[in-house]
Design a protein around this ligand. Structure first.
Ligand code: BDR
Ligand code: CA
Length: 317
């Protein structure tokens, strides 16, 4: 039962296995109105992530408009591909039909600026890819973030190791210049980083509960089998877990009290040889820096699991 109007959400993705789950979750949640989707390079080339986004939306019957954005990061530095975790086609080899529509004509950054200015204070932006599109939008409208209801960023690692390097999480590492711009552009920013997404785990038991009649059952089965194998190279089948990074960011936008967090001054390392792309969180008790970011830290795991699984169709206890 929804007792308030659905939250209008803009979702920026690089689809990607967990991005696909975030799209499914956003579409299937009555608490969310998926207003529009923008795409970025990341888990594959822009053409791959845009195709996957359109295909996943069509599979689930969503006609949310899709706007293609950045094909490269702001700097000329390029990161390694994400194939190990998302496969060559970005969906772990899962085969789903090609979309019957293409992306809209307008570019992602222009779309973000137009929509946010048309509905000031109303829209929540959930960014679960490199922050390139948001940074480009900020170059068009530097006050953009202040006109959002909130910005939820899946990215960074506050007090835990990185995933793509010892210090950096993939979305920040993939375009540190963009992340720096976004984190210092004002607005109400929540960082949904590895501290909290590594508590949001999908398991082998969950995989076994996929029901064949779901229209997206094949996608879930194949993509999540690949994802579990990628995250657990040494763990036997039956005991594997893998983090649901991107769906958690969407869920926290809609239900912020699912995780406890703290406000910190957060910046992004752009120069370090070993630490490029690290989120640097100033946890000094008497830090003079402005606390610009709310950092999600501790997840209510049972509530998260119940909500995620039931929205997608699982029968939960
Ligand atoms: C993030 O990186 C991407 O590979 C995932 O889709 C997620 O957004 C996790 O570090
Ligand atoms: Ca992603």
């Amino acid at each position: 039962m929804v007792d308030r109007a659905p939250l209008p959400v803009l979702l920026d993705v690089d689809t990607g296995i967990d991005d696909a789950l975030a799209l499914l979750y956003a579409h299937l949640s009555p608490e969310i109105d998926l207003v529009g989707v923008t795409t970025c390079f990341g888990n594959g080339d822009l053409s791959v992530t845009t195709r996957n986004t359109l295909s996943v939306l069509e599979l689930v019957g969503s006609d949310a408009p899709v706007y293609a954005g950045a094909a490269t990061p702001l700097s000329d530095w390029t990161g390694a591909p994400a194939e190990a975790f998302h496969g060559q086609n970005g969906l772990g080899g899962a085969v789903i039909p090609d979309p019957t529509r293409g992306p809209e004509k307008e570019a992602a950054a222009q779309y973000l600026v137009r929509m946010v200015n048309a509905r000031p204070g109303e829209l929540t932006l959930v960014a679960v890819a490199r922050l390139t599109n948001v940074a480009v939008a900020l170059s068009l409208d530097p006050a953009l973030l202040g006109k959002l209801r909130g910005l939820y960023v899946m990215g960074g690692a506050a007090f835990v190791p990185g995933n793509v390097t010892a210090a950096a999480e993939a979305n920040i590492w993939g375009d540190p210049e963009a992340a720096y711009k976004v984190f210092h552009a004002g607005g109400d920013i929540t960082m949904v980083g590895l501290d909290v997404t590594h508590q949001a785990l999908f398991t082998d038991d969950d995989l076994a509960g996929v029901e064949p009649h779901w229209p997206y059952a094949g996608l879930l089965r194949d993509a999540l089998e690949f994802y579990l194998a990628a995250y657990n190279p040494k763990r036997p089948q039956g005991t594997r877990t893998a983090p649901l990074h991107d769906p958690l960011a969407v869920m926290l936008a809609e239900t912020p009290d699912l995780a406890r967090g703290e406000r910190y001054a957060v910046s992004v390392e752009r120069a370090g040889v070993l630490t490029r792309g690290a989120t640097v969180v100033d946890a000094r008790p008497y830090s003079p820096e402005v606390k610009n970011v709310q950092v999600a830290l501790e997840l209510d795991i049972p509530r998260f699991r119940r909500r995620f699984l039931t929205r997608l169709g699982w029968r939960t206890a």
